[in-house]
Design a protein around this ligand. Structure first.
Ligand code: NDP
Ligand code: MG
Ligand code: MG
Length: 341
């Protein structure tokens, strides 16, 4: 069993003794900056001129600077802008502000793993990656709990990189839940695979096909929505609590038998072959290249795919139904973020 690090394994005073710059104030950035601040850390936020996030960060009482000024002031620089802009932000505003012994931190290993950022040898390079969306990272911290983190050390110039990464993880609540050490390569490749094959790509496609199958057969879209989307969360909660076994224990025997006989008919062995092909494209860098090339081309493919997803009939059905559920709170960040697109 791999080693897990908890609060007692991390010394918060290390990060409290440093000056931290959080670059970007989005999903992860706001969670890191606010939770570090609440943990007694000297934190400033670095944002581009005219950033939409600036007002939000300032409203929380955070000090907001340009990326270059934040990087110059700090000795721990955590880059939490979207992955596709990190290389440019680093080259334009961070690289020449790094001083010997500083630490360059990431929330995901993408730019180091695929070589888009190549830091100098005289700084620490580490990863503190919460295994959850930023808004949950913050919500759990405020509730006195945490989301598990992965840490990885790419360069240990000072000899203190791991203790610093653990201390940072403690500052955002990660060691309350448990921290596992990995490498940039393992974190990047497994993170991309998980989100593409199962969590985001796999689950979204599965739900859409399920909805299409039922509605094309003449069933009401609202009923289809409940059966293939809404209930998914309830099933996944059981899986997280007690594995697939607990989910099967809790559902009816009818559902459990159907799971065994129909699951492998829907998700056939070819699906696993397809997953292996997806993993190969991640490992050989072709997914990263496709993503970055498209970004350089104005994100044409990305925006077309996003539009196609938003046009799927399950979204319209869901929007109408969710208005009737007073107990589902859609948070303001999401509503504002989508409106601003
Ligand atoms: P977001 O898209 O939420 O971050 C957007 C933030 O970056 C905004 O504050 C935005 O400012 C700012 N930004 C965008 N472009 C620039 C720029 N050129 N210069 C300065 N700031 C800029 O990112 P995420 O939080 O989703 O991702 C951040 C990192 O965390 C990534 O490496 C990601 O892989 C990783 N990660 C993300 C997770 C998540 O929950 N989303 C989970 C685990 C890891 P503005 O408002 O002005 O646009
Ligand atoms: Mg990811
Ligand atoms: Mg049912």
């Amino acid at each position: 069993m791999t080693e897990l690090y908890y609060d007692d394994d991390a010394d918060l005073s290390i990060i409290q003794g440093r000056k931290v710059a959080v670059i970007g104030y989005g999903s992860q950035g706001h969670a890191h900056a606010l939770s570090l601040r609440d943990s007694g850390v000297d934190v400033r936020v670095g944002l581009a001129e005219g950033s939409k996030s600036r007002a939000k960060a300032e409203a929380e009482g955070l000090k907001v600077l340009s990326v270059a000024d934040a990087a110059a002031e700090a000795d721990v620089i955590m880059i939490l802008t979207p992955d596709q802009v990190q290389a440019k932000v680093y080259a334009d505003s961070i690289a020449d502000k790094l001083e010997e012994g500083n630490a360059l931190f990431f929330g995901h290993g993408f730019n180091i793993r695929f070589g888009f950022i190549q830091p100098p040898a005289n700084v620490d390079v580490a990863l503190v990656a919460p295994k959850g969306p930023g808004h949950i990272v913050r919500r759990e911290f405020e509730a006195g709990r945490g989301v598990p983190d992965l840490i990885a050390i790419e360069q240990d110039f000072t000899g203190g990189a791991k203790a610093l990464a653990l201390s940072y993880a403690k500052g955002i609540g990660g060691t309350r839940a448990g921290v596992i050490e990995t490498t940039f390569t393992e974190e990047t490749e497994t993170d991309l695979f998980g989100e593409q094959a199962v969590l985001c790509g796999g689950a979204s496609q599965l739900v859409q096909y399920g909805f299409e199958t039922l509605t094309e057969a003449g069933y009401k879209p609202e009923i289809a929505y409940f059966e293939v989307l809404h209930e998914l969360k309830l099933i996944v909660d059981l899986m997280v609590e007690g594995g697939i076994a607990k989910q099967r224990w809790s559902v009816s025997d009818t559902a459990e038998f159907g799971d065994y006989v129909s699951g492998p008919r829907v998700i056939t062995p070819e699906v696993k072959e397809n997953m292996k092909a997806v993993l190969a494209d991640i490992q050989n860098g072709s997914f990263a290249k496709r993503f970055m090339d498209d970004q350089a081309n104005g994100a044409k493919e990305f925006l077309e795919l996003r539009q196609k997803g938003e046009d799927h009939p399950i979204e319209a059905t869901g929007r109408e139904l969710r208005k009737l559920f007073s107990w589902i709170k859609s948070d303001d960040d999401y509503t504002e973020g989508v409106a601003a697109r």
